[in-house]
Design a binder for this molecule. Sequence first.
Ligand SMILES: NC(=O)C1=CN([C@@H]2O[C@H](COP(=O)(O)OP(=O)(O)OC[C@H]3O[C@@H](n4cnc5c(N)ncnc54)[C@H](OP(=O)(O)O)[C@@H]3O)[C@@H](O)[C@H]2O)C=CC1
Ligand SMILES: O=C(CO)COP(=O)(O)O
Length: 326
Amino acid sequence: MTAFRSVAVIGAGAWGTALATMAARAGRNVTLWARNAEHAARIQSSRDNPRLPGVRLAPDIVVTSDLAAASRAEMLLIATPAQHLRGAVNMLASYLTKPVPIIACAKGIEHGTHKFMTDVIAEAAPHAQPAILSGPSFADDVARGLPTAVTLAARDDALASSLVQALGSPTFRPYHSTDIRGVEIGGAAKNVLAIAVGIAVGRKLGASAQAALTTRGFAELTRLGRALGARSETLTGLSGLGDLILTCASPQSRNFALGLALGRGEQPPAGKLAEGEFTAPVLIELAASQGIEMPVSEAVASILGGRSTIDAAISGLLTRPFKAEE
Ligand SMILES: NC(=O)C1=CN([C@@H]2O[C@H](COP(=O)(O)OP(=O)(O)OC[C@H]3O[C@@H](n4cnc5c(N)ncnc54)[C@H](OP(=O)(O)O)[C@@H]3O)[C@@H](O)[C@H]2O)C=CC1
Ligand SMILES: O=C(CO)COP(=O)(O)O
């Protein structure tokens, strides 16, 4: 398998900027693509991105809005919001003339189609070798070089392994896998569950409730995962349980922070992307289509959709019939 020398990161938000920094630290030649030319030029000259304040970009990272130039990299990482991933890959596809790994770094499920990120990539870019990178990793931590471990999955184990070799460093440890679907389910569902746990914490329901809700959330994530063919070691691994633990326990998470504000009856933080808000309705549609119960996610979707108050949703969860633990 070829050694990947160059990497382009598509999407210059917090995560794209952190990923570019991570790839540079791993020794790759890195291009960071921003859709806005002015934005790209400003980051290129200031070496600072307001979407990830306080992080200085390494001098050799090239920031550009030239998609043709970015598309020439030997490996592409897509770090747009999940609902914009198809649009970004559609634009990219017209420049791709040979097989190239395209790694989805967004966490979500596409509205309307119920498709996961690697399926969207495969549809939008026939030359792509789709892969997914996901796990407990706050952009700020990764950019600062704090120790982080994630899962990187591709259909072909040799490809997954060589992508790991290209991106890994002593502070960023990707573990390779071929369970693409398992990785995608964990990343998408944990954001919705983190909103639920944030709400419980905001309502001051206590540390016991926080642990119970996180655990029952994991039970429903696992049910859906099994139904869709995910492996249990993936669901209990970094991209599943690992990311759930991180996101359900830290106000640093935008999803948790959204729930926290809702639980406290406050305005949610403005201008912060909380993917769980967009994933919740499509996650429960997908679960329903598989005959899978996801009561915690359903409660989140009902609250966000204005179909339930927070108190009614909490009461609904607590008065469900007693049952065997599974
Ligand atoms: N932040 C984090 O800690 C982590 C985030 N993720 C995931 O990464 C994804 C992106 O999150 P994050 O970077 O934090 O979000 P941000 O809100 O910080 O940034 C999103 C970026 O995507 C760009 N963008 C939006 N729409 C398009 C489009 N159609 N084409 C190209 N670029 C577009 C925006 O551009 P513009 O600046 O012009 O608006 C912006 O730069 C999410 O799915 C998130 O779950 C995963 C792990 C960690
Ligand atoms: O995915 C993340 C950590 O793994 C980032 O979480 P938030 O999107 O909730 O901030």
